[in-house]
Design a protein around this ligand. Structure first.
Ligand SMILES: [Zn+2]
Ligand SMILES: [Zn+2]
Length: 173
């Protein structure tokens, strides 16, 4: 969904859309969507600046950094963005005018790409490090077993004699 600024009535337009998970195209490799995305907000044109604020809500899935288990996370985020056209931004007055709370982006001056905003906000809402649980034990680098679900012989420092016998059998060849 693109909102053309020439179509804004009285300088503003509201938007609301439910995106099916495949409608937003591919995300990065890390993140996938589990549920449709509900997005809504308002675009306002004030002089040479465009303000976009709104809300996105969905559920995303990412892999645990340690054990690669799929972890589902709720995404429920408000956003507030400010856009200026290239020339306005270069005049640098815009930078001074803008509130530090807002992130300023440069755009072509013609339209706001709501799809891009929604994708960006979902990626921002997903933490860069994700664990399935705080004490995730990860995967054994030697045998590949998920140590949350079972123990393996390799992690035992003092090798249990029964395991030792087994290991000798399997590795002895
Ligand atoms: Zn994990
Ligand atoms: Zn192991």
């Amino acid at each position: 969904m693109r909102i053309e600024l020439v179509n804004l009535e009285h300088g503003r337009a509201d938007f609301a859309h439910v995106y099916q998970p495949d409608e937003l195209g591919s995300f990065d490799d890390r993140v996938s969507l589990v549920e449709p995305v509900t997005a809504n907000g308002t675009v306002r044109l004030v002089g040479a600046e465009v303000f976009v604020n709104g809300h996105v809500k969905t559920r995303a899935a990412v892999e645990c950094d340690r054990c690669l288990t799929r972890v589902e996370l709720p995404v429920d985020a408000d956003f507030e963005l400010e856009y200026v056209t290239g020339p306005t931004y270069e005049s640098s007055e815009a930078a001074e005018l803008s509130d530090e709370e807002l992130s300023v982006s440069v755009f072509d001056g013609e339209a706001i790409d709501v799809d891009e905003i929604v994708k960006e906000q979902i990626l921002l809402a997903v933490p860069t490090r994700t664990l399935c649980r705080p004490d995730c034990k990860g995967i054994c680098p030697d045998c590949g077993i998920d140590k949350n679900t079972g123990d393996c012989a390799c992690e035992t420092k003092e090798v249990d004699p029964r395991w030792a016998a087994l290991r000798n059998l399997t590795s002895g060849k």
